[in-house]
Design a protein around this ligand. Structure first.
Ligand code: IYR
Length: 257
């Protein structure tokens, strides 16, 4: 989001600003969707908001990123529910610009590991700046990514640069516009991580860089771009995590009352 042409609406910046008095710009637009009442108690946690918010913090504050996994299986049904939750995320113009490719196939996991480790070796040995290496050193990450084979599932999240072309359309039919793609997919991934944690499982937010190989290995179309790889499973026996401290409320929030 840093080019001069990176307009927030996702299209090219027009050279001539449209005349706001020209009402014809609104002619022939699609009709409003049917609307339904939002029941005031659509979600009722059964306790006051203070207690509900505090309890949810208690759950989420126990989430930790894990780098060593058990090979204990996780059912496909569990993964499906977590992905359904991710799919409830809000998105720009409700385009839902995400695809969750859920991989348990061992041969595919082996391929992904081999390709990811090749990129990571390049990263650690050449591409990463000294500063980046310094920032990663306390976490103990390195180019070896056994979790890509050990974890029972890899959820490879793709962002969609265009919507899918309508089903049955001829090959090469372009898809439609997508808006706030990175924001939308980022929110969906946050919700996916919350769902995985709530299911009693652990995950890692893994970003091999560059990720182009994932489209090829997973046979995804051109308009899908890999966003993140999320190994999901149970932690290894004796799993350790770094003793990280999170910022306090005072450090992350500003109130203007
Ligand atoms: N993708 C590399 C490097 C890496 C980068 C960041 I920023 C991290 O928070 C962790 C790792 C890897 O996976 O090792």
């Amino acid at each position: 989001m840093n080019g001069v042409n990176d307009s927030p609406i996702g299209g090219p910046t027009p050279t001539e600003p449209p005349d706001p008095r020209d009402r014809s710009r609104f002619d022939g637009l699609p009709p409003l969707l049917p609307h339904v009442p939002l029941e005031p108690m659509r979600f009722n946690p059964g306790v006051p908001p203070e207690a509900a918010a505090r309890a949810f913090f208690g759950v989420m504050d126990r989430r930790r990123t894990v780098r060593t996994f058990s090979d204990r299986p996780v059912s496909r049904e569990t993964i499906e529910w977590c992905v359904r939750t991710a799919g409830t995320a809000p998105s720009g113009a409700h385009k839902q610009p995400w695809r969750f490719v859920c991989v348990s196939n061992p041969a595919l996991k082996t391929k992904i590991r081999a390709a990811a480790e090749a990129e990571e070796r390049e990263f650690y040995e050449r591409r990463a700046s000294r500063q980046w290496l310094e920032d990663l050193a306390p976490l103990g990450t390195d180019p070896n990514k056994p979790f890509l084979e050990v974890a029972p599932w890899l959820i490879v999240v793709f962002q969609m640069v265009k919507t899918d072309p309508p089903p049955g359309s001829p090959a090469g039919t372009p898809g439609g516009m997508v808006y706030y793609r990175e924001e939308s997919v980022g929110i969906a991934v946050g919700m996916l991580l919350a769902a995985i944690h709530h299911a009693g499982l652990v995950a890692l937010t893994h970003t091999p860089s560059p990720m182009g190989f994932l489209r090829e290995v997973l046979g995804r179309p051109e308009h899908e771009r890999a966003f993140v790889v999320i190994p999901v499973g149970y932690p290894s026996e004796g799993c350790q995590v770094p003793d990280l401290k999170r910022k306090s409320l005072g450090e992350i929030a500003v109130f203007r009352e």
